[in-house]
Design a protein around this ligand. Structure first.
Ligand code: NI
Length: 252
């Protein structure tokens, strides 16, 4: 069985979540971790996890949402973490792609949430886009106490090795199947399988041959197949190892 460690089941593109979960099961994707990106989506994901036994949650404020963050957001997140199926704080991090005039606020909110995770003894799920240097710098100073995850990793193998020293693993999704993903392919090739997990980031980033369509957890095996090709390992081994890695980190 597979685990999708990063999905957004709360997204309005998913009209019938029951069907999405069912299609995942039929594709042997047994467990799904659905990620919050602000207070509202985190709460919505908690409601989804209450309904489906094999759906787990991360709660957190995404760097693109920091301008709207409320003063008491940390208390709200902390309250949510009382729910036993909250398995990490995420997705949190830095994103300078569309907006970089609020870097200081992004860093502050990132650090505050790392500290919350450390207080609660939870892993973090990190989103980092066009901000790898600052992400690494912050994580060196504010290192998570629990082994944690960089999702949709797009950095170099050199940076990856630095993150590994800080206890990080990496999850990969549809991007590895894209023709222009040479850098990601190189990273996957060089990373030990013990540090790799599978994700979709659905409803976005659908793998080939569904690129541009609505992505779903049921497409995780396509990512596994591509990683098996890149690493020249049987897909069954990829399935077994990535699932073991996910279960260990998120205690699911
Ligand atoms: Ni995401």
């Amino acid at each position: 069985m597979f685990v999708d460690v990063h999905a957004h089941l709360n997204d309005e593109k998913f009209e019938d979540i029951e069907k999405v979960v069912e299609r995942a099961k039929n594709a042997n994707v047994e467990k799904i971790i659905t990620a919050g990106f602000d207070i509202e989506s985190s709460l919505k994901n908690i409601e989804i996890a209450k309904k489906y036994e094999d759906v787990f949650v991360t709660v957190g404020v995404h760097p693109e949402m920091v301008d709207e963050v409320e003063e008491n957001y940390l208390e709200k997140l902390k309250e949510m973490c009382k729910f036993e199926k909250v398995v990490a704080i995420g997705e949190i991090g830095l994103d300078y792609h569309f907006k970089d005039d609020n870097k200081e606020l992004q860093k502050k909110v990132f650090i505050e949430q790392i500290e919350l995770a450390n207080l609660l003894n939870l892993p973090i799920v990190v989103h980092s886009r066009d901000a790898m240097g600052d992400t690494l710098e912050i994580l060196k100073e504010h290192t998570p106490v629990c082994p944690s995850l960089l999702h949709c990793y797009s950095g170099s193998i050199e940076s990856a090795n630095e993150f590994i020293k800080l206890g990080f693993s990496f999850s990969f999704g549809g991007v590895v199947t894209f023709n222009n993903a040479k850098n990601v392919v190189k990273v996957v090739e060089n990373l030990p399988i013990e540090k790799i997990m599978l994700e979709t980031d659905c409803p976005y980033m659908a793998p080939v041959p569904y690129r541009g369509k609505i992505n779903e957890p049921c497409f995780v095996p396509l990512v596994a197949k591509k990683i098996a090709e890149i690493k020249n390992i049987e897909i069954e081994k990829i399935e077994e190892k990535t699932t073991k890695n996910a279960k260990k980190m998120f205690k699911i």
